[in-house]
Design a protein around this ligand. Sequence first.
Ligand code: PLP
Length: 397
Amino acid sequence: MTDFAETKTLFHLPEGVVYLDGNSLGPLPKSAPARIAQAVEAEWGAELIGGWTKCGWMDQPTALGDRIGRLIGAAPGTTTIGDTLSIKVFQALSAALALRPDRRIVLTDMGNFPTDLYMAQSLLDALGQGHVLKAVAPEEVADHLGEDVAVLMLTQVDYRTGRRHDMAGLTAAAHEKGALTVWDLAHSAGAIAVNMIGTGADFCVGCTYKFLNAGPGAPAFISVAPQHAEKTEPILAGWLGHAAPFAFEPAYRAGLGIERFRVGTPPVLQMAALDAALDIWDGVDLAALEEKAATLGNLFINEVEARCPDLTLASPRDARHRGSQVSFRHPDGYPIMQALIADGVVGDFRAPDILRFGITPLYLDEADIRTATERIETVMKTRAYDLPEHREVKAVT
Ligand SMILES: *Cc1c(COP(=O)(O)O)cnc(C)c1O
């Protein structure tokens, strides 16, 4: 069993703050500054270019990928990291489409994160083969799975509402119709127990700066089921996905397995932060994490509903149908969140009216949830959000 009181001590959390935004940017692991400093001074500083081999920099994307792979139930050797999630969505969808050349529909839901929709549409436009991106209501995805669907591309947990798709059921339904699946696990990895192998998912992608706590700008990951990895040519044929990058051949030859999903030079300093973050994750039991998140999330919902009748629950009440966040709606959602942040309860706001709170058992306990809900009650009762300073809209919400 994971000792969550122990994991909480491993994070730097500013005094007086209840941090409910780890679903957007995870906090700093206490070991990260020293690990990053080591990569800067002892590796880059002392080894210079030798670091690529002596310090293992070149192999890190697959080594770190495997540690992430455990968290999402991916097979060893099928995960790599690099780039941003937008790029990994593009790569995964392109590979999946190439495996279903006779079909033209990419099915997704209207709640999907905008960058996933933009990247998909731009890929379909670039392909110029008449593919159509079809976005339907999240509850109706299964009804639209026909024989014409090439790829079912979904974000498992909705970034606004926290609603969770049934990954196993929808993957099975897609396969039954001959479609492949691309699952975006941005709000699943490190939030709930995911079983890529068990669900039979074809492609999984996600980011490491949210629940995985690897810091702003940390690289994304991609996992590809082994039967697919070598079946298509990469759409982004970067030199580090080449079979022999240092042969500097004029023509591209795709690397083995997951290696071909690498593109360019890996972000070494950012990988040092990811390494430190994964040291914590290596010891975590995901089933226990999911159970604790459900308990904390249920407590949060009960307390907010009892204290703040004006806030309307936007997330599923049943924890089995939620990820690890709880959202409420209010027409004044933006200024309310600003007032909460000023009061040390850090969540975020998503247009048009969603107050979003990340529930992260690695560093949040029941006392934090109670403190947060008491402060939310005070902000609502005193209407602290009516102050003009809370109504100024910032660039990042
Ligand atoms: C956070 C998030 C992204 C972010 O993509 P980046 O390229 O890393 O900025 C993409 N998709 C989903 C579903 C997300 O939640």
